[in-house]
Design a protein around this ligand. Structure first.
Ligand SMILES: Cc1cc2nc3c(=O)[nH]c(=O)nc-3n(C[C@H](O)[C@H](O)[C@H](O)COP(=O)(O)OP(=O)(O)OC[C@H]3O[C@@H](n4cnc5c(N)ncnc54)[C@H](O)[C@@H]3O)c2cc1C
Length: 438
């Protein structure tokens, strides 16, 4: 698509009645209900919507599967939700080249089902893959535990098309793996929560599907013992694809175990002939100091174990839980977890998941455990415990009690402000939601 001087721009209020609409009550962001939610059915219709929103100076928030809408500051304004789930074509799939081009509304589970027929996979996790969309995954820019084995989604993106607020689609990167053109543009939109443009399509690298997997689980009496085992496996040459440590509360949730222990879960993915030996080697590494060591000894059981571990990381209704993600490094995770446990010592049901592959600590606790002023104190203390912080879920009143859910304004923030000014001068895209409330 290109800019067309003859394009007649209709305001949103002029065209809204012609658009497919959704029930607005299902599209709350931080308890704010928009006036309209539209679900464009083509890229051209999306362009009309964006131009109309801009003409009326409204504020729009894009939606994919809606699984991570809790990430971000409360929007400064929110008039229109744009549901992108109908923009979901697979534009190109080249199994021999192991690349594909897909529209942003494609769901991860659907893509992986299609790729599975060719024994290929897009190796990223999502809390709810049957709902999570490629656009949403990119705009959030998170990673799951399998980042250890496969890297972040960012590294699988070889091209991207993004719609600006005048309805024009810009392309960066390309269709081939060896391509650096437009690389910076792709990095900009990864993690920007849709505040700089609407992701329309992506070109992605895919990989051969691992043929089988096993998961080794070892229980420990203390964080120190679990941490030591985790770091030994990490430093080994075993090539495991995910490694997390869970505190007793999170372990119980992931295993239904009545026992109360710290646990390490290690994922091995390889051809059948190699995976059993790999799991045995992991067992040998973690056995010293462990109270118990078991292996999920089928691919299905191993996958189910990681679905359960992932559930502890997924978003829950904001009224119920607070979720906070702290960035650290594998070598500092134990100390970071110790600080968090100290800060939250009075709270019940605190669940900690230490992702050694990403150097991230996920903390979850019931929202009822803190009022607004207590939350400010907790947030300040946790901010000091890690290198960076993100509140992924919290009731709106708790989010509003702190300066920024992404913590301190980063160095170089003025460059981000300039980008926002360039890409979205009228502040119509997710205003206030991203870092520094841009
Ligand atoms: C256990 C676990 C593992 C995970 N593993 C990974 C992983 O390996 N890799 C990874 O990348 N993520 C991972 N995630 C993060 C998460 O699953 C995804 O980011 C999430 O599913 C987002 O998809 P969605 O379609 O539901 O987005 P939504 O919740 O609908 O949207 C998320 C954000 O993106 C914006 N947005 C949505 N669509 C667009 C668009 N087309 N253009 C611009 N902005 C848009 C929205 O406004 C919103 O701010 C993981 C999460 C968990 C809990």
């Amino acid at each position: 698509m290109s800019s067309d001087a003859d394009t007649v721009i209709r305001t949103f209020s002029e065209l809204v009645d012609e658009l497919p609409q959704r029930e607005t009550g299902e599209y709350l962001v931080d308890s704010i209900q928009p006036g309209h939610v539209v679900r464009p059915e083509s890229v051209d219709q999306l362009a009309e919507v964006i131009r109309g929103v801009r003409a009326d100076r409204l504020a729009a928030v894009p939606w994919g599967g809606g699984t991570q809408m809790g990430v971000g500051n409360p929007p400064a304004r929110y008039d229109v939700g744009i549901d992108l789930s109908a923009i979901n074509d697979v534009l190109r799939y080249d199994a021999d080249d192991m690349t594909m081009s897909v529209q942003a509304g494609c769901r991860l589970a659907d893509l992986n089902q299609m790729l599975g027929e060719h024994r290929q996979v897009l190796p990223v996790d999502a809390a709810l893959p049957e709902r999570a969309t490629i656009g949403g995954l990119t705009a959030v820019g998170s990673s799951g535990p399998r980042r250890l084995g496969y890297g972040p989604l960012r590294d699988l993106i070889i091209g991207m098309s993004v719609m600006s607020t005048d309805g024009v689609v810009t392309k960066g990167g390309g269709q081939v793996v060896k391509n650096v053109t437009g690389f910076d543009m792709m990095r900009l939109h990864h993690g920007a929560l849709g505040s700089l443009g609407i992701i329309v399509s992506m070109n992605l690298k895919i990989i051969p599907k691992p043929q089988s997997e096993r998961t080794v689980i070892a229980l420990f009496d203390s964080l120190d013992d679990a941490d030591q085992a985790a770091r030994e496996v990490l430093q080994s040459q075993l090539g495991v694809t995910a490694l997390v440590v869970t505190n007793p509360e999170a372990t119980r949730e992931a295993t239904d175990s009545a026992r109360s222990n710290w646990a390490i879960s290690v994922r091995c993915e390889a051809p059948p002939s190699a995976v059993v030996r790999q799991a045995e080697r992991v067992q040998e590494y973690v056995a010293s100091n462990a109270q118990d060591v078991t292996t999920e000894d089928s691919t299905d059981a191993s996958q189910e174990r990681w679905n359960r571990i992932g559930k502890a990381l997924e978003q829950r209704p904001a009224q119920e839980d607070v979720s906070i993600r702290l960035g650290s490094t594998a070598s500092k995770l134990r100390a970071t977890a110790g600080s968090v446990a100290h800060t939250l010592a009075g709270a019940e049901d605190v669940r900690l998941t230490l992702d050694y592959g990403s150097g991230l600590l996920y903390t979850r606790f019931p929202a009822r455990a803190v009022n607004e002023s207590e939350f400010q104190v907790v947030f300040d203390q946790l901010s000091g415990a890690g290198d960076h912080i993100t509140v992924s879920t919290a009731p709106a009143n708790l989010k509003q009690s702190i300066q920024d859910v992404f913590g301190a304004t980063p160095a170089g923030f003025s460059a981000l402000e300039s980008l926002k000014e360039t890409f979205d001068p009228d502040r119509i895209l997710s205003p206030g939601r991203t870092i520094g409330k841009l």
